[in-house]
Design a protein. Structure first.
Length: 270
């Protein structure tokens, strides 16, 4: 008995295979972007970019959130985990024995011992570069990202953080990190001017507001934007604590994909 053969390609191929949509996905895989930025990067009219973004959003391959700096703007991001799932489904549609194997993200799980923040990189370890995380208050998101990158990279990446308007470190951020065996209680908020003139491989903004005031750094570091909600503004008590947990999960996913980039080690500052 003959096996039924699909007459049309899987949805992922039909969507991602379009040249404009593929360009949009590749741009968003590196950094969150606004429509006008994607218009300039692709050279396509803004209405055409919006149309293709809508198609990608309908498949869950792209998501959007309103900018916290200007509510008239929207930031788009590639949902890389979802794209990986669809790509696996596509390969199995061609032949069940092809199933792709995705490289697992670094594990973020509770551990018994608490690792102190700012641990020194072991002598002789290879450091691919310095990474600077920025947000407005440097009290939550960027502090968590700094420690998560150190932890998930096994201490081989030098990570620091700062803010445009530093304020006291959030107790909720400290508590959520402790759930994963990471102690950031000794970290302090720093103004972004602290790192003026220093070289980095990557400068990653986590806040829409700080992206608008981010200064230039020498050596042309790669600038990346992750448009993330401020967990400290999400209600109070248990609701706010859950927002910090969601922030930790999102940072873990984003940092895991950053570490998986083959060009990551090539971004060492000179």
């Amino acid at each position: 008995m003959a096996t039924a053969v699909a007459e049309t390609p899987p949805g992922f191929l039909r969507l991602a295979g379009h040249p404009v949509r593929w360009r949009l996905l590749t741009e968003l895989a590196r950094s969150d972007r606004q429509v006008r930025e994607l218009r300039d990067l692709t050279g396509c009219p803004q209405n055409l970019v919006s149309y293709h973004l809508g198609r990608l959003r309908s498949a869950g391959m792209v998501s959007a959130r309103r900018s916290s700096a200007d509510g008239r703007d929207t930031y788009y991001r590639a949902e890389l985990t979802r794209c990986g799932e669809l790509l696996n489904e596509t390969s199995r549609a061609l032949h069940p024995g092809i199933g792709l194997v995705q490289a697992p993200l670094p594990v973020l799980a509770p551990v018994r011992a608490v690792t102190p923040a700012g641990a020194v990189t072991p002598a002789g370890a290879v450091t691919p570069g310095r990474v600077l995380f920025l947000c407005t208050g440097n009290s939550g998101r960027s502090q968590m990202a700094e420690e998560l990158l150190r932890h998930l990279s096994g201490g081989t990446v030098e990570a620091v953080s700062a803010g445009s308007h530093p304020k006291t470190l959030s107790p909720d951020a400290v508590a959520v990190m402790r759930e994963h065996g990471l102690d950031i209680s000794g970290q302090r908020a720093k103004h972004l001017d602290t790192f003026a003139g220093q070289r980095f491989g990557y400068v990653i903004s986590l806040c829409d507001k700080v992206r608008e005031v981010c200064p230039e750094f020498p050596g042309a570091p790669e600038t990346i934007h992750w448009s993330m909600a401020d967990p400290g503004a999400e209600g109070d008590g248990a609701e706010r604590y859950q927002a910090y947990r969601r922030t930790a999960d999102e940072l873990h996913t984003r940092i895991g994909f950053l570490l998986a980039r083959p060009d990551f080690a090539a971004q060492a500052p000179v």
